[in-house]
Unconditional design. Structure first.
Length: 221
C-alpha cells in the first residue's frame, strides 16, 4: 500500500493516479505552499503624558512708600493800607417811631364812629394830652350819634301820617313818616357829619379846638 505524496490518501499498489487529488503516484511531492503573513505593524511610541499648564510666576515687587500729604501753611491775608482820606465811620441810628405821627393817627381815629374805642382801649389818651382831647370829643360825638339813632327810630315808628297812593287808578291808603320829620332828621345827620369833619381837620393840623355844642362836655378825665 502506498500513500499519496500530495494529500496523503492511501492508494493501492499499481495505481498511477491518486483517486482523491489526481496526483501522479511516485512523483515528487509539491513544495509546501507558504502562507503569506502580513508584516507586523510598526510599534509607535506612546504619546507623552499631557503637561498641566502652570501660569508664569510674576516676581512680587514691594509697594512704593506712601508719601504723607502736608498741607501748606495758610497765609494770613493782610488788607493793603488804603490811600487817601480815612473813611469815617458813622454810628448806626436805630429807627424810632415818631410819637407825633402816632398821636395824630389816634386823634383822627377818634372822629370815625366806633373807632374812637381804639385810642381809649390801648391807653393812648393817657400818654398824650392831644390824643386825650380828641378822644374825649370823639367819644361824646359817638354817644350823641347813637342816642340820635335811637330817638329817630322811635319818632319814625310813632309819628305817622296817612297817605293816599293811587295804584292803577285805585286810591290806596298807607301810613308813613311825615315829610317835615324826615327833613329834620336828615339835617341833623348832616350836622353830625360836619362836626366829624371839623374834628378830623383839627386833628390833622394838631389843633385842640373845641367843637360847637358838644365840645364843652368832658367824659375822659
Amino acid at each position: 500500500m502506498a500513500f499519496c505524496n500530495k494529500c496523503g490518501t492511501q492508494v493501492q499498489d499499481g495505481v498511477q493516479f491518486c483517486p482523491s487529488c489526481g496526483q501522479v503516484m511516485g512523483a515528487a511531492p509539491p513544495p509546501p505552499q507558504q502562507q503569506y503573513a502580513p508584516p507586523p505593524p510598526p510599534q509607535q511610541a506612546p504619546p507623552p503624558p499631557p503637561q498641566q499648564y502652570a501660569p508664569p510666576v510674576v516676581p512680587q515687587q514691594a509697594p512704593p512708600p506712601q508719601q504723607q500729604y502736608q498741607q501748606p501753611p495758610q497765609q494770613q491775608y493782610q488788607q493793603p493800607p488804603q490811600q487817601g482820606y480815612p473813611q469815617q465811620q458813622y454810628p448806626q441810628q436805630q429807627y424810632q417811631a415818631n410819637p407825633a405821627q402816632n398821636d395824630k393817627t389816634m386823634s383822627i381815629l377818634s372822629y370815625i364812629g366806633f373807632l374812637v374805642l381804639i385810642p381809649i382801649l390801648n391807653g393812648a389818651y393817657k400818654t398824650s394830652p392831644t390824643v386825650k382831647f380828641h378822644a374825649n370829643q370823639g367819644l361824646v360825638l359817638f354817644l350823641v350819634e347813637v342816642a340820635y339813632s335811637i330817638i329817630s327810630g322811635i319818632l319814625g315808628a310813632v309819628v305817622r301820617v296817612r297817605r293816599t297812593v293811587t295804584v292803577w287808578g285805585i286810591p290806596t291808603y298807607t301810613y308813613g313818616t311825615p315829610v317835615w320829620l324826615t327833613t329834620i332828621l336828615w339835617l341833623i345827620s348832616l350836622a353830625f357829619l360836619a362836626l366829624a369833619i371839623m374834628g378830623i381837620l383839627n386833628a390833622v393840623n394838631a389843633r385842640t379846638k373845641q367843637l360847637p355844642v358838644i365840645g364843652q362836655i368832658t367824659l375822659l378825665k
